[in-house]
Design a protein around this ligand. Structure first.
Ligand code: SAM
Ligand code: ZN
Length: 269
């Protein structure tokens, strides 16, 4: 890791200092750095379930799917927008980073990159593979960072907590969101629902921020193997609707055409 990460104690909001693999605040709250290089900043009293967020099977499926490059056009677009609007030296934050696929692609020689997710399995995998970024387990509803800490924040298919995100964003800082657009994965949905509904893309504006840019990115993917289709399915909120028989059918398919349709919005404080 290049430089020690700067976290706030999730219990008392004092600065955490790293000494011999333990983060400590002046009130003696301690958080150990795990062997993979992440820190768990989610105190038990903040947990609403034993294993919050995505489980290991979902995390493994997401990594396997993303590493096939099907969402590379989205990565290219995100980096293009970052280069056009962002500063080289920015402090960047991926809110709900999952296993770090998008997070690490934003790392440059000059910036500092943080990722937080509530799913421990995802953060563990992210930290192990992408050691140049700072990963921690935490909740988006109470971020362990001081006010105005970040110049660039991203949220890709993850919950947006407007008030808390606005708090940690610097003055004039940017916040980029990716959400599903109307026809995202429509062919896969058609396999599951008799009448597949298109995504509802209406979104309330984020009150404290101004929308400075928005676009949709649409393209057709050819999912080469049944394994890719099943991995993609398990990343979706409708995975639980698929019967065992349907999964078996999907596993036999090859070269399945499926639409990717992303809505990208850039806000500024
Ligand atoms: C659909 S996944 C997207 C992950 C990643 N951004 C990606 O696109 O690969 C949503 C992520 O949000 C995380 N998440 C959901 N609620 C959260 C919360 N309250 N605090 C932190 N992370 C949360 C989940 O664990 C999951 O990893
Ligand atoms: Zn503390």
């Amino acid at each position: 890791m290049s430089q020690n990460p700067q976290y706030q104690c999730p219990l008392c909001q004092n600065t955490l200092l790293l000494e011999a693999r333990t983060f400590r605040c002046q009130q003696h709250h301690c958080f150990d750095l795990a062997k993979e290089g992440y820190v768990n900043l989610l105190p038990v009293q903040f947990k609403h379930s034993k294993e919050p967020g995505d489980n290991k099977t979902m995390v493994n499926a997401r990594r396997a799917f993303l590493e096939q490059g099907y969402y590379q056009p989205l990565v290219n677009k995100l980096l293009e927008i970052y280069r056009a609007y962002g500063q080289q030296t920015a402090k960047l934050f991926d809110a709900g980073c999952g296993e770090g696929y998008y997070t690490h692609q934003h790392k440059t020689a000059e910036n500092t990159v943080y990722g937080i997710d509530i799913a421990k399995e995802a953060v563990k995998k992210a930290a192990k593979k992408y050691q140049q970024c700072h990963f921690s387990v935490g909740t988006l509803s109470q971020l362990p960072f001081e006010d105005g800490f970040f110049d660039w924040m991203i949220s890709i298919y993850a919950p947006i907590l407007e008030q808390e995100f606005t708090r940690v964003l610097s003055k004039h800082g940017y916040f980029l969101t990716v959400t599903p657009a109307q026809r995202h994965l429509i062919e896969l949905k058609e396999k599951i629902y008799l009448e597949a509904k298109e995504h509802d893309v209406e979104r309330q504006p984020i009150e404290a921020l101004s929308l400075v840019h928005q676009e949709t990115l649409s393209y057709s993917m050819t999912l080469t193997t049944g394994e890719d289709i099943l991995n993609l399915l398990s990343m979706t909120p409708f995975a639980f609707k698929a019967s065992e028989q349907l999964k078996h059918e999907l596993a036999q398919l090859q070269n399945f055409q499926c639409q990717a349709d992303f809505h990208i919005r850039l806000y500024q404080k």
